[in-house]
Design a protein around this ligand. Sequence first.
Ligand SMILES: O=C(O)CCC(=O)C(=O)O
Ligand SMILES: [Fe+2]
Length: 279
Amino acid sequence: MNTEITQSQVDFYQENGYIIIEDFLTQAELEEWRSAVTEAVAERKDQKIPGRAVKIGEDDGINADTEYQSKVFDQLINLWQTSEKVKRLMLNPKIGEMAARLAQVDGIRIWHDQALFKRPWGNPTSWHLDTPFWSFSDRRALSIWVALDDSTLENGCLFFIPGSQRSTGLENPGIGRNMDSIFSIYPQFHSAKTVAAPMKAGSCSFHNGLLIHGAHANMTPGPRRAMTCAFMPDGSTFNGISNVLPEEVLAHLKVGDLLNNDSVNPLIFKKFDLEGGDA
Ligand SMILES: O=C(O)CCC(=O)C(=O)O
Ligand SMILES: [Fe+2]
């Protein structure tokens, strides 16, 4: 696994809100990720999120799914909670350290992982922001997106609007079927330059949760599979949005409480731990 992050990569990420890391996984690691994730997805039998009765493609209040949304991708959340193999991959402190270094934070917790499988002929992923959906409000939150298949212009690679993370906010524009909806809230990006992010299988990207991003439709008869994980800076507090938090956790949470329950949001990297106390 290529987990080194250089200062120039940190600088690029901070400026543009994303970074692509080629050959993140070796061929053997890619095989391991593919098999762990596809097995974990199959074991879920279409259950979108642990502890809830919602099937993929149904409305769980997270995305207000419609039939159209169900054909954007199959979205299976928190596979780390139902698969030991995925848990080993997701709780890797080396990945946490990459995220912490890019985001310039001292500690990183998993917010949620998600497999995002765009099926053949899958709809495009409309421009959207991630952070406004989440139960904490931190401009530094980010995600890793690992390509399990070659992700191409033809089958639904990611697109970014570089630098947009610096002027978007925590209001949620949502995600619907119209690619241009987000520009009614952010008209300044209507004519912005966009960047396509095709990636070979085993490469990955990180993107800031406030970066405007989306993906092409899948215009091929093959799948475009990705494994992703959203990260929350350690020390984040509850903002009152339920998102993926389990009922029993929500029952005891007040706005402003620390989200530091390791069984829900594992701390996967803390600078202090590795650097002997001078963080
Ligand atoms: O995979 C996609 O189509 C979209 C991914 C995305 O929005 C994300 O990882 O935040
Ligand atoms: Fe997203």
